[in-house]
Design a protein around this ligand. Structure first.
Ligand code: UDP
Ligand code: MG
Length: 313
């Protein structure tokens, strides 16, 4: 029987935490009575520097429910790092960990299937969204475009899988040896290996509160996903450069021709055009380089990706 840990990152989630705890308690009671998970299984809420009373609420829930544990981070480090902090804390306490957003929009019935898949020899179980009907139109479309773009950029990841997944203790152990700072867990987990499978996840509505994933947080995640796992943008830059050299050769041919037939003076427009065009291309190329250099910069500093303020065991 597995001792299960559920890790849930919380940023300003005071409106939804009590309800989520209730739902998880029902799930635990059910799984324990079926003999699928041990009585020592637990939920670890990671408070990611919330500005509201989320941590006070976690402390209260911890007092009321023996299965609730808490991890208070020193400040807001973002979804990916908060999950990492939770997993690295829970890995010494559990045989396997499921990560799920605190709003429980993912289908928690999947957790039982994940445990079953673990018992059948899988170390990694991905929750794959089969329906995002509950997500808004814009969120759905932007997410789909994002997955497609990543695939085209050569990032090896599971389509329509976010961060709802089960990892066994030995995967967590392996993950702890990946010291990268620019975290993109969806890209990292497939790199670790071990047997894996998927379960179907139907996304529900958020029970309360609003999405904590602002547009800028989403764009940053998308950028991290591509630039942390693919160097294709760099080679695309080289290809683009070659194309522009080719185009300028054609223009050079035209210039020679116009000299020969004495119509050379009115070249101002084409000159200005190419100056701006090439300038733009160079800037874009430098920007892409800059992004990668920025990443190297933050990797070489080896700063810790989170700091723990307090643990409720
Ligand atoms: N979250 C976090 N730190 C942040 C932003 C979000 O820990 O800086 C958590 C949030 O509390 C939630 C999860 O990440 O548990 C996903 O956020 P949300 O449900 O708001 O995003 P959405 O489902 O709309 O993509
Ligand atoms: Mg959500």
């Amino acid at each position: 029987m597995i001792k299960l840990g559920i890790v849930s990152p919380c940023y300003n989630e005071e409106e939804v935490l009590a309800k989520s705890t209730e739902r998880l308690k029902e799930l635990f009671d059910d799984l324990i009575s079926k003999g699928k998970i041990s009585k020592e299984s637990f939920v670890l809420f990671v408070n990611d520097g919330s500005k509201d009373s989320t941590w006070q609420l976690i402390e209260k829930l911890h007092e009321q429910n023996p299965f609730v544990k808490g991890l208070d981070l020193a400040h807001n480090v973002g979804h990916q790092r908060a999950i990492m902090a939770g997993m690295m804390t829970a890995k010494d306490w559990a045989d396997g960990v499921v990560t799920i957003d605190a709003d429980l929009q993912d289908d928690i019935a999947c957790i039982e299937k994940m445990v079953d898949a673990y018992e059948h020899g899988n170390d990694v179980v991905y929750g794959v969204k089969v329906s995002r009907a509950a997500d808004g139109f814009l969120k759905r479309k932007s997410a789909e475009a994002f997955y497609k773009l990543q695939q085209n950029m050569g990032v090896d990841m599971v389509y329509n899988h976010a961060d709802f997944r089960f990892l066994s203790r030995r995967v967590l152990q392996a993950l702890s040896c990946y010291p990268e700072r620019n975290l993109y867990l969806r890209g990292m987990i497939p790199l670790i290996g071990f047997n894996s499978t998927t379960v179907d996840d139907v996304i529900g509505e958020r029970e309360a509160g609003v999405s904590k994933y602002t547009l800028s947080k989403m764009l940053n995640l998308a950028l991290d996903g591509i630039t942390s796992f693919s160097t294709k943008p760099l080679s695309l830059m080289v290809s683009a450069g070659l194309v522009f050299i080719f185009i300028s050769l054609i223009i050079a041919g035209y210039v020679v021709y116009s000299l020969v037939v004495h119509t050379a003076v009115h070249g101002w427009a084409s000159l200005m055009l190419s100056v701006w065009f090439v300038g733009g291309v160079i800037l874009v190329a430098m920007g892409v380089l800059g992004i990668y250099i920025g990443k190297i910069y933050s990797e070489v500093k080896r700063r810790p990706i989170f700091n723990v303020k307090k643990i409720l065991e």
